[in-house]
Design a protein around this ligand. Structure first.
Ligand code: ADP
Length: 481
């Protein structure tokens, strides 16, 4: 099957969240399973030589290749197979300096870029033209989130009669229904499609343009990143106003859990951590705890439970109840390292609490991949009390490092963490969070019990192989629509 993956961020080129991890890992696995795959994304400022090897195709199109020369990383069959067979996936970059040669992907310090509709409409249209130019007759165009939602919209509107696309179907993956790509109605003309599509059943949402909604209406298959989330978004509580559209397309809505890229997130081979370790040499994990405590200027102690957070600082990630509970949490027998950026409100709350409890909390208000690795490896417990979570990668990463996740029972967290390998609370209240933290600290004191938990967590296998197989079945379904 010919598959074009269209995403606004792709690891290793650009990343603000989990979408980039998916868009970088799924194509490689699809290729290993025999599919013909390409990726198309915007060329941002950071995508430059010599950091990446980039070739020119046209004055406004360049490309790179991912998945070539992957170093042998583990002795697992799947990965050594990857080294042998995967000869890379081409990533095409849509260039337009006025739109993409900026510091941020979607926003700057003052907020979202004002011309985001122009930027991603340009990206979507140029992508559809590019596929024609390189004669890539995709069976499936797999789009992700509002940034590429215009592709299924254009295909069923301005490109509806285009012979090149007569046999192309679209799969549209929603990574987070809370981000919909809303724009003022008076920008509709920029899309170059008939005003008749601006109606409640299609692109209109309370008198605004809603790109996510449009993508959901015009794609052939809607998909989300975990089975539980695919059900949750069909309810008023989680649907963010789009539950009605989903109800109408109920038979076309599916959920596939994201996989984890074990070539990146592997304690045996991770280059960022102080000491590599494995299930067999689990004690070496504690060297990473010491290292993290030193880096974070926390007292170096093995017997106190070290909690880690790597997250966007947003209400969705549980920061509302966390902020309410933080005083109480700091008075408990624990240490807490927080890495993240996000809502200024939480920056301020956390900065104030650090001043009060400098020996308990260490705060890093930035995006820092190497430090994230150190936190996953060095912490005892990974705190992820998300209010809702489409899939979540943090809990999967932490488990592979024997760091026990503590989560709220929702979405992908409910699908991946159980009492067998983590801590799960089911009432979204600060009291519920505090109680679960208390429970985890008590469990941490029982060395034998803790070792068992770590082993269970590390034995999980959330590789992309199974998810990619599920995606191929989904593509087949889309083809038969
Ligand atoms: P999101 O909703 O943000 O996409 P996910 O859990 O799906 O949440 O994925 C988040 C990804 O981004 C994880 O790989 C996590 O380690 C990474 N991440 C989040 N914040 C930071 C940060 N401040 N520094 C480094 N990595 C981060």
């Amino acid at each position: 099957m010919k598959v074009a993956i269209c995403a606004s961020e792709v690891v290793p080129f650009a990343k603000t969240g989990g979408l980039a991890d998916v868009a970088g890992a799924l194509p490689l696995e699809l290729k290993l399973l025999g599919q013909e795959v390409i990726i198309v994304m915007p060329r941002y400022k950071t995508i430059q030589e010599p950091k990446f090897s980039i070739q020119r195709l046209k004055p406004d199109i360049s490309y790179s290749v991912i998945g070539e020369n992957i170093n042998p990383v583990t002795n697992t069959k799947a990965l050594s197979e990857k080294n042998k067979i995967c000869n890379g996936v081409k990533v095409y970059f849509i260039e337009n300096d006025a739109f993409f040669n900026r510091d941020g992907l979607y926003q700057d310090k003052t907020g979202d870029y004002k011309d985001n509709l122009d930027r991603f409409a340009y990206y979507s249209r140029r992508t559809l033209e590019l596929l024609k130019e390189i004669n890539f007759k995709a069976d499936i165009i797999h789009c992700h989130d509002w940034q590429s939602a215009l592709i299924p919209i254009f295909l069923k509107t301005s490109y509806a009669e285009n012979p090149f696309y007569q046999n192309t179907k679209t799969v549209f993956t929603i990574h987070n229904i809370g981000y919909q790509g809303l724009f003022p109605k008076d920008e509709f003309g920029k899309l170059g499609i008939d005003w008749k599509f601006f109606n409640m059943e299609m692109l209109e949402f309370y008198n605004k343009i809603n790109l996510l909604k449009g993508g959901m209406v015009f794609c052939d298959i809607i998909n989300t990143v975990s089975p539980t989330y695919s059900k949750e978004i069909q309810t008023k509580e989680f649907g963010y106003g789009l539950e009605g559209i989903l109800a109408k397309r109920k038979k076309d809505v599916f959920g596939i859990l994201n996989g984890l890229d074990y070539t990146i997130w592997n304690p045996k081979t991770d280059k960022f951590i102080a000491r590599n370790f494995s299930l067999e040499k689990i004690d070496d994990k504690y060297k990473n705890k010491e290292d993290l405590q030193r880096i974070c200027k926390l007292p170096v102690k093995t017997d106190v439970a070290l909690f880690g957070i790597v997250s966007r600082l947003a209400e969705q990630k549980g920061f509302d109840i966390l902020a309410d509970a933080i005083e109480k949490i700091c008075s408990m027998n624990l240490q807490l390292v927080i890495l993240g950026t996000g809502d200024l409100k939480y920056h301020v709350i956390l900065e104030n609490i650090v001043k009060k409890y400098p020996k308990v909390i260490s705060l890093h208000l930035k995006f820092d991949d190497p430090l994230a690795h150190k936190i996953y490896a060095g912490s005892d417990i990974f705190l992820m009390p998300s209010k809702y979570e489409p899939c979540g990668l943090g809990q999967l990463i932490s488990m592979s490092y024997g760091t026990i996740p503590l989560v709220f029972k929702t979405g992908g967290l409910a699908d991946t963490v159980t009492a067998n390998d983590g801590f799960v609370f089911d009432k979204y209240k600060k009291e519920g969070l505090i109680k679960e933290i208390d429970k985890s600290i008590k469990a941490f004191k029982n060395k034998k019990e803790w070792l068992r938990l770590m082993q269970k967590a590390m034995q999980n296998n959330f590789s992309w192989r199974e998810s990619a197989k599920d995606y191929i079945s989904l593509y087949e379904k889309a083809k038969s629509r």
